[in-house]
Ligand binder design. Structure first.
Ligand code: AMP
Ligand code: MG
Length: 353
């Protein structure tokens, strides 16, 4: 009798051990890229989780130093050499971003354009807190747009870079965080972590689960008050949002936000926020910015070109535009908003209604 009770307890312990319900959820938080990075790890020992979190924090700090366009670090030096048009070896932290930046920019028809650093400077959006700024003069904006800096102006030969356009200035603000999360997740997986979320101010990549229960992610309303929808993560996915509430200043009663339409040189109009789901964070981050610029009329074709299946865009009137694939994935809390479902993102069919 006592023996069978012991076996029952043992069997139960083994079963529980298989999904680690007794292992605590480890959380940590640090500052990088001007935002708080939250890391959640499940299913690892306290020591393993702590070491993994420390490693990721170091990764982020290194990236932050390397990519800050306005510090005299590797990106600052790269920008100086691009401006004078000489050929030079790219710093190792910079080259992969130039390569993926080129590919993603081309696929977005240059709506995502990390070569527009001079425009971002002119607007003052390199500043973490741009409040108190005012718009640059129209003539300056026109000149910066006419200079037409493009990622395709940079020639890559082996590890060497050379720009044929002196107005190219790299700014990784629109996809550096995503790239950083991808690198950090790779590192976490190498360290044996099987379940985690890496969240930089609402932009995140989640993999595995919370003791067998899928990670459930809340998406903020564009006005910042509360949650508009939740999404359950399947396997290993990135969820990125670009919003006009993230960084902005007000001038003479008008609000100017930080996502610039490279075609006009002014903050993109018509969109409040865009949320995308994609396996990798680099693409998700670049795509959220590109689709924000594309706006309600163009997001669908750009998303198709960029290979993005799951998209939700909130327009200036507060209406929700989304792909039917995204509609399937969302638990929408704001059910009273006007909702426009696009044709499917994959295949050539349109929705039969
Ligand atoms: P995100 O919040 O990911 O949409 O990125 C916005 C940041 O990317 C801005 O603060 C700028 O530094 C930069 N940026 C703004 N507009 C663009 C654009 N059209 N293409 C690439 N980077 C941009
Ligand atoms: Mg982005």
């Amino acid at each position: 009798m006592r023996k069978s009770a012991l076996y029952t307890v043992l069997a139960l312990l083994l079963q529980l051990g298989g999904c680690y319900p007794d292992r605590p959820v480890y959380t940590d938080r640090f500052l990088a890229f001007g935002t708080l990075v939250d890391i959640t790890i499940v299913g690892a020992s306290q020591q393993q989780a702590q070491e993994a979190a420390r490693a990721v924090e170091e990764d982020f700090l290194k990236m932050h130093e390397a990519w800050h366009a306005w510090n005299p670090g590797p990106l600052g030096r790269t920008n100086e050499q691009l401006a004078v048009g000489i050929q030079f070896p790219a710093p190792p932290m910079i080259l992969p971003l130039v390569k993926s930046g080129q590919a993603l920019s081309a696929r977005s028809r240059h709506l995502f354009n990390p070569a527009v650093g001079h425009l971002i400077d002119a607007w003052g959006f390199h500043d973490d807190n741009p409040e108190g700024h005012h718009p640059p003069p129209d003539a300056m904006i026109q000149e910066l747009v006419l200079n037409n800096p493009r990622m395709s102006d940079i020639r890559i030969e082996g590890i060497n870079l050379q720009s044929s356009n002196p107005s190219v200035k790299l700014d990784f603000g629109a996809f550096g965080k995503g790239y950083g999360i991808d690198l950090a997740v790779k590192h976490l997986k190498e360290l044996g972590i099987k379940n985690a979320i890496l969240n930089t101010g609402g932009d995140l990549r989640a993999f595995g689960s919370r003791n067998g229960i899928p990670w459930n992610i809340a998406i903020r309303r564009p006005d910042g008050a509360g949650v508009i929808a939740t999404i359950k993560v399947s396997g290993d996915e990135s969820i990125f949002t670009s919003g006009d509430y993230e960084r902005y200043f007000s001038w003479r009663g008008k609000r100017y936000h930080h996502i610039i339409d490279p075609r006009t040189g002014y903050p993109a109009e018509g969109t409040r926020s865009v949320t995308v789901i994609h396996p990798d964070s680099t693409t998700a981050d670049a795509a959220a910015t590109a689709l924000f610029v594309a706006g309600p009329d163009m997001w669908h074709e750009i998303a198709r070109d960029m290979g993005i299946e799951f998209v939700m865009l909130i327009d200036a009137e507060g209406a929700i535009h989304m792909s039917p694939e995204m509609e399937q994935r969302l638990e929408l809390l704001d059910t009273d908003r006007k909702t426009i479902i696009s044709p499917p993102m994959t295949g050539s069919g349109t929705r039969g209604s």
